[in-house]
Every structure is written in structure tokens, then in C-alpha cells.
Ligand binder design. Structure first.
Ligand code: MG
Length: 360
């Protein structure tokens, strides 16, 4: 392997402000870097994403060879499928995987799902990967705009992932970067909530790869942080050239400003989490009947983000077993109207299955 590899790199992951589990995983093992976004819930997503990352690390090539990296991703797919068959995790678990191998200014990428690789190339942000998602297909077909895609109700539906199809296709390609470029790998917890121009601005202004990683995660949290958020940043050919820092305000002023900035970030995050929760709703089983809540189930740092909205007379045990099972944990929907529509559906289901009591 060439001894010339990226000198500066960083990665981090945050559970976000709404979820209790982090199903994302990432890898910073130069010259190999990767992010994965697990699917499946109940810890299965975590198992899928970590198996994928471990396998690609074991099987990665020794050079920035996209085809060989693609083979490692296919091995990772087989490993996730096999784990589920053996009862590790559960069937139906899956994960995205976006892996990059950096050799000097050469980047090899292998990619499946809706996590992304971007390159800030000569100051301009380029998305290197194409999402394998329903919304990306609609945008490519010209049926909706990219901006509409960001708010589309099916924006989290992906069309390709590791863990289901033994013949899964992997996108592979190689790109030539320039010294001073920045490579970003990120899960949709970042890219679904922080617009590209903001990502470009952070990548262009952060002093170090670590600063860029921290700032991007902060932006996702400030946008409500509803999903797990993971970023890996690699400075191609080392850190981009920066002007030496100007002598400025005395240090204590800087510290006060940092504290104020931190307070502001927490306040904005709390406000954003609250307004995100207000846009959500869920149905849950309580005392044997279906109850509608505004907000999201669970709590955040001890704070509840749900408000009881309406109780129904729909008995959970009068519904089909799958629905009853899902109601035990709560079924999340986009807003109260959607929750009421779903409840009306249950009422209809009960009405058709239960013959009316005979008239007196
Ligand atoms: Mg995600």
C-alpha cells in the first residue's frame, strides 16, 4: 500500500435528539473510511451496521481499487444475511454502507443505500454517490424536485440495502481529488436535515476535519436531530492551507462567547426538538384501547415530548395480531391528521369483523 494517505481525518456519531438507540456505525481506519445506517429496530439495525463495517474492514483491498472494495461490500451483505439466518439480530434487518478508500488524491468508493459521499472539490461541493431511495428515483424521473424530496413522506424508503438480496448490486467508482479537498461520508441523519449549501459552508470553513465533523453534527441537532447522525471527514492530502490565526480578543472573552454559543445551541436544539415532536403523532395501546398522542414516544434526557390527544373505544385485541403487536410499542405517523385517519381505519376494521349486537 502506498504510504501516502490522508493525514487528517475524523468521524463521530450521535444518537440524535429523538431516538433512544443509535443504529448507525462508522469506520475511520485510514486509508479506509465508511458509514453505515442500520435498519430493523430493537437493536437489529445496530447489529447489521456493525457487521457490515467489521466485514468491510476485514475484506477491504490494500489499494484504492473500487471493484475490490465493492467485493468487500458484497461480502458484508452476505455476512448480514447469514447473521440473521443464524438468529443474530433478526430477519429483515439491513443496513446502508458507503465506504471510501483514499490513496493520495485517488478515492475509491463502494456504496449501497441512502448514506452519501460528498467531495468539497476546489471549493465546490459535489455529491459523489446516488441515493438508492424511492425519493431519489422520483427526483431522477423528474416527478418531484429535490426540495420536495426533502419533505416527501416516503423520504426514508430505500430501494437497496445490505441484508436482503444475495445478488445485491453495489455502486463502485473511483474519483480523482485535489490536495486540499475534503471528503465527507454521512448518514441521512445529516443529509436529510442539513441542506447541501450549509454542508458546503461548514466543510469550507472548518479548520480541521474534527471541527467539520463536530460542526456538522451540531447543525443536524439544531435542525431537530430526529435521526441518528454520523459523519466522517477526510482531508485529502492533508489539512487545507489556512491563514494563521489573528491575535484577537483576550481569552476570557473567547470563553464567555463559547459558553453563550453553547447555551444558544442547546436552546435552539430544545426548541427544534419540541417543534419536530409537535409535527409528529403516534397511536399506542393503553389499558387495552388505542390512544392517540401528539409527539414522539419515549423521552429525551428525561423530557417527555408527547401530549395525549384522544382516547378511542377501539379495543386492541379486536385488531389483527400484527397491528396489536405494533401498537404495544406505538405506531408513529406524520401528524395528528394521519393518526386520526389510521384510527378511522381501525374503527372500520372492527366494524366489519364484529357483527353488530342483535337488536333487542
Ligand atoms: Mg438514518
Amino acid at each position: 500500500m502506498s504510504p501516502r494517505y490522508a493525514e487528517e481525518f475524523a468521524g463521530d456519531s450521535h444518537v440524535g435528539l429523538v431516538r433512544t438507540d443509535n443504529e448507525d456505525a462508522f469506520l475511520v481506519a485510514p486509508p479506509l473510511f465508511a458509514v453505515a445506517d442500520g435498519l430493523g429496530g430493537h437493536e437489529a439495525g445496530e447489529i447489521a451496521s456493525s457487521i457490515a463495517i467489521d466485514t468491510v474492514l476485514d475484506d477491504a483491498p490494500r489499494a484504492a481499487d473500487a471493484k475490490a472494495l465493492g467485493r468487500a461490500v458484497r461480502h458484508a451483505n452476505a455476512a448480514v444475511i447469514e447473521a440473521a439466518e443464524r438468529g443474530r439480530g433478526r430477519s429483515g434487518m439491513g443496513t446502508t454502507l458507503t465506504a471510501a478508500m483514499v490513496d493520495g488524491t485517488r478515492i475509491a468508493v463502494a456504496h449501497v443505500g441512502d448514506s452519501r459521499a460528498y467531495l468539497l472539490h476546489l471549493g465546490t461541493l459535489e455529491q459523489l454517490t446516488q441515493d438508492h431511495s424511492m425519493v431519489a428515483d422520483l427526483v431522477r424521473q423528474g416527478q418531484i424536485t429535490a426540495e420536495e424530496g426533502r419533505h416527501h413522506p416516503n423520504r426514508s424508503v430505500i430501494t437497496r440495502a445490505l441484508g436482503s438480496d444475495p445478488n445485491m448490486l453495489v455502486d463502485t467508482f473511483e474519483a480523482e481529488a485535489a490536495a486540499g479537498d475534503r471528503l465527507l461520508l454521512a448518514t441521512d441523519g445529516l443529509t436529510g436535515f442539513v441542506p447541501d449549501d450549509e454542508i458546503a459552508q461548514v466543510l469550507g470553513s472548518a479548520r480541521t476535519a474534527q471541527d467539520a465533523v463536530d460542526m456538522l453534527i451540531d447543525r443536524a441537532l439544531a435542525a431537530g436531530g430526529p435521526d441518528n447522525v454520523t459523519t466522517v471527514v477526510v482531508d485529502i492530502g492533508g489539512r487545507p492551507g489556512r491563514e494563521p490565526r489573528q491575535p484577537g480578543a483576550p481569552r476570557w472573552t473567547a470563553r464567555v462567547l463559547w459558553v453563550l454559543a453553547a447555551i444558544a445551541i442547546v436552546a435552539v436544539a430544545a426548541w427544534a426538538a419540541n417543534s419536530y415532536a409537535r409535527s409528529q403523532a403516534y397511536l399506542i395501546a393503553e389499558d387495552g384501547v388505542v390512544v392517540v398522542y401528539e409527539g414522539v414516544p419515549g423521552d429525551l434526557a428525561g423530557l417527555s415530548l408527547s401530549w395525549r390527544s384522544e382516547e378511542s373505544t377501539v379495543a386492541v385485541n379486536s385488531l389483527d395480531a400484527i397491528t396489536a403487536n405494533r401498537l404495544a410499542d406505538g405506531i408513529r405517523v406524520d401528524g395528528l391528521d394521519a393518526a386520526r385517519d389510521l384510527l378511522d381505519g381501525y374503527r372500520a376494521q372492527v366494524a366489519t369483523e364484529t357483527p353488530p349486537a342483535s337488536a333487542p
